[in-house]
Design a protein around this ligand. Sequence first.
Ligand code: ATP
Ligand code: MG
Length: 432
Amino acid sequence: MPTRAIVVHYHELWLKGRNRFFFLNRLAEALKRSLEGLAIDRIDRPGDRILVWLGEGADTAEALQRIERVLGVAYFAPAQTVERDLDAICAAAWDEMKDERFATFAVRAKRSDKSFPYRSSEIERAVGAYLLARLREAGRDARVNLRSPDRTCRVEVTPGPVLVYARKISGPGGLPAKTGGKMVCLLSGGFDSAVAAYKLMKRGGHLVFVHFYGTGAQPGESSIHVARELTRQLTPYQLTANLFLVPFEPIQREIVRYAPEDTRVLLYRRMMLRIAAAFAERIRALALVTGDSLGQVASQTLENMVAVDRAVPLTVFRPLVGDDKQEIIALAQRIGTYDISSEPFHDCCPVFLPRSPALRATAEELDRAEAGLDIPALVRQGLETATVERFRLVNGRVERVDRKSQKLAPSAAAEPQPDSSPDSNEVPAPKA
Ligand code: ATP
Ligand code: MG
């Protein structure tokens, strides 16, 4: 029996009711996919936890790093698995604690297998006394503090093995990947939309990204690489991701030609939403997502957001609507999108920017402003000129898995993974 494992705990909230197994299966699946390529013996579920059994030569540090990005994980820890025997538990506890630095400590035990002859409190006392004695022996001056210990040694007597661990790590929380349904996210290269996407991924949503790019960029300045890197950075959270790239400048030129100057930006947004909605329809996504935050810029006043939304029948989610920029930036830093969004790029929106944009447009005004445009033709043009890039987590790294990159990534091509992704088979080849 292997003796090293990683114990993974989830929040109990979503465990109520009949969906329990659906969520747990998705969480176990996400763990399995995230740990792919590492020497994992098996993943099982003794009681209310998931146990990842590490095989010979497994890279524990790498496994821990990967689990940090598995949504639905409340906390996790490298653990020893030991015999159902108090002496063995004490020895493992010392092993876990001896290299840790702390002035105060506690032992917490949970006995979900009631056939184990000691109660939780008895285990805690016995292991605590043992640790105290060993610490004294080692000349260390540590005390027990049950209220707020520097370090806690945990013992879980499960229906499977007994687990002992002291290095508990916080997970991202939330709900597991692919439990919340599919949405289309309008991904610019800025900070906000990537963070908005993450927030809904964290609720189990699966996001398909659409990025609109300008063509007037200098070589190397395009916003495409930024959108691509953001998609890559976000892929581990949802295991797979598709990115649609839409050349937007020809559409902007039409808007500039026919519409009043002060409504331009709002009309760009409306066209973006319409094209995103057309993608959503093709891939059976139920909602759109943007990174708008109330009052952040002129196009994001309440009136303007409402007027823009009228362009599409779909619900538009704005998970950052009530967030301050500081909160958004802090989250961007945590999920690793901050540096990518900080890169300079050619943003299509400021092109032909009006000197004084409308602050309080109504849907009717925007309808009038668009009267000269052939909207269905522009939406069709957006779909027809779009390209798609597909990304997937393979052996802990994000790889392009469309035809072009399979050549670049022979390892991914050689060992195709069982595909349970909602992206599969459903990407539109734009209809003429
Ligand atoms: P971000 O930081 O995400 O770019 P922002 O504060 O700069 O947001 P805007 O540029 O006004 O705000 O864009 C508002 C929202 O519209 C973005 O969060 C994004 O969802 C969408 N959006 C804007 N530009 C693009 C684009 N080029 N491609 C796709 N979506 C876009
Ligand atoms: Mg922007």
